[in-house]
Design a protein around this ligand. Structure first.
Ligand code: DOR
Length: 446
């Protein structure tokens, strides 16, 4: 397979700047980035970028690819292909599969499966449960992205609520600990009150009242305080409320022991969208008010939010059509996250350099990913060629998700991913994924 490419006349977006350059890929690495141009291609395949944007492949630190056990919703082969079509070249997957990844053996099975089928580069979080701390502490920080704990329950049965386990986890975690922070007691009480009022068929507009801002704050503020007390390296996932933002420091990532992530859906949708999208935008934590969304957007600029990810979490349309209490939360996003963020660039919310910072550089730095996330000589050649002005509309016939739907259906995006390279191999070009490409296991400088 061809691994030598020369991409000429690209506008390379990297480390806060956009420069015109030629980029030479050889043996899976970025060999040269030359603003003065590169003469002879020495047999490499030529691509004329014609002034299109060349970005580092995005690194998504929160996805649910459903394998093993939930493969009617998604699987690693389909989801990784959709990811590269959307410009995401590396993913970090979550442990709430079936069975959950709460032993070293089960975790290893996921790594083995990814090596067989994943088009993108992979890593899998080790799951924390109420009874597996000894297993958790055996996780290798150099080859596993991190630990994941559900402080509030979501899809699956992973919930850490045992006080002694939490104490031990926050004190002894030997690597980055990512948490889903929603207060279980608050959610349960709100749900019981809603059931008393509506029965099982609760309107989805009640979702942000059940999975309330109070529930988020109670849990995330507890986690941040506990991490400060114990010195834990804490990463709080999918911040969904304005109030929580004060828990995090603005400014650059360097030196922070407590970091925060926002997801594309919380930067895009508001509670006004439940009227048209219904349960397709039912997520945990819930999409909340416009004031919340706008505050999270601003916090990305301020640096209180360090990374932007997807929380790609597909369910089938049949499942999404169930009454509220049985309708699962989550939706597919990896194919549309980068186009959506670049749409926010077009709308003036962000600059393209900021999007690259939050989706490519920052996840690489935050997780200490080895040699990825930048258009730098010597790095793995994970690259995305984007046409910022090639309008298209998300529709059933261009959706690559196994579940066959998107919360963005009908949305017109201007930015279009034209090509994606993974480790110097062309994995996606003009609407087609090369499913014979295999990514690599992510490694970490720890
Ligand atoms: O909405 C969600 N769905 N949030 C999560 O944290 C889990 C996810 C899932 O796995 O379905």
């Amino acid at each position: 397979m061809n691994m030598n490419w020369i991409i000429r006349n690209a506008r390379v977006v990297n480390e806060g700047r956009t420069v015109e350059a030629d980029v030479l890929l050889r043996a899976g690495r970025i060999e040269r980035v030359a603003t003065e141009g590169i003469g002879d291609a020495h047999g490499a395949t030529e691509v004329d970028a014609n002034g299109l944007l060349l970005l580092p492949g995005a690194i998504d630190d929160q996805v649910h690819f459903r394998e093993p056990g939930l493969t009617h919703k998604d699987d690693i082969a389909h989801a990784s292909a959709a990811a590269v079509a959307g410009g995401i070249t590396s993913f970090m997957e979550m442990p709430n599969t079936s069975p959950a990844a709460v032993t070293q053996e089960r975790l290893q099975q996921k790594y083995d499966r990814a090596a067989q089928v994943s088009v993108a580069n992979w890593s899998f979080h080790m799951g924390v449960s109420n009874g597996n701390m000894d297993e958790v502490l055996r996780t290798d920080p150099r080859s596993v992205c991190g630990l994941k704990a559900f402080l509030g329950s979501s899809t699956g049965d992973l919930l850490v609520d045992d006080e002694r386990t939490l104490e031990r986890l926050f004190r002894e975690a030997h690597m980055i600990l990512s948490v889903h922070a929603e207060h279980e007691g608050t959610i349960r009480a709100n749900l019981e009150a809603a059931k008393a009022r509506y029965g099982e068929d609760i309107p989805v507009t009640e979702h942000p009242n059940i999975r309330s801002a109070e529930g988020c704050y109670r849990s995330s503020s507890w986690a941040v305080a506990k991490a400060k007390e114990c010195g834990t390296r804490l990463h709080v996932l999918h911040i969904s409320t304005a109030r929580e933002l004060a828990l995090f420091e603005p400014g650059p990532l360097e030196g922070k022991r407590i970091t925060a992530e926002a997801c594309v859906h919380h930067l895009w949708f508001t509670d006004a969208d439940y009227a048209t999208k219904g349960t397709l935008i039912k997520w945990n934590p819930a999409v909340k008010t416009q004031a919340d969304r706008d505050a999270i957007r601003a916090a990305v600029n301020e640096g209180r939010i360090d990374v932007v990810a997807t929380d790609h979490a597909p369910h089938t349309l049949e499942e999404k059509a169930l009454p509220y209490t049985r309708c699962p939360s989550g939706g597919p996003l990896v194919q549309h996250a980068l186009p959506a963020m670049l749409e926010l660039v077009r709308q003036g919310v962000y600059t393209v350099e900021q999007v690259v910072e939050k989706m490519c550089h920052a996840p690489a730095r935050l997780f200490q990913v080895q040699e990825r996330g930048f258009v730098r000589e010597g790095c793995h050649a994970d690259l995305v060629l984007v046409d910022p002005d090639a309008p298209w509309t998300v529709a059933k016939d261009n959706i690559l998700y196994k579940c066959g739907w998107s919360p963005f259906e009908g949305q017109r995006f201007y930015a279009r991913v034209k090509r994606t390279w993974v480790n110097g191999r062309l994995a996606y070009a003009d609407g087609r994924v090369d499913t014979s490409v295999r990514g690599m296991r992510l490694l970490f400088d720890r």
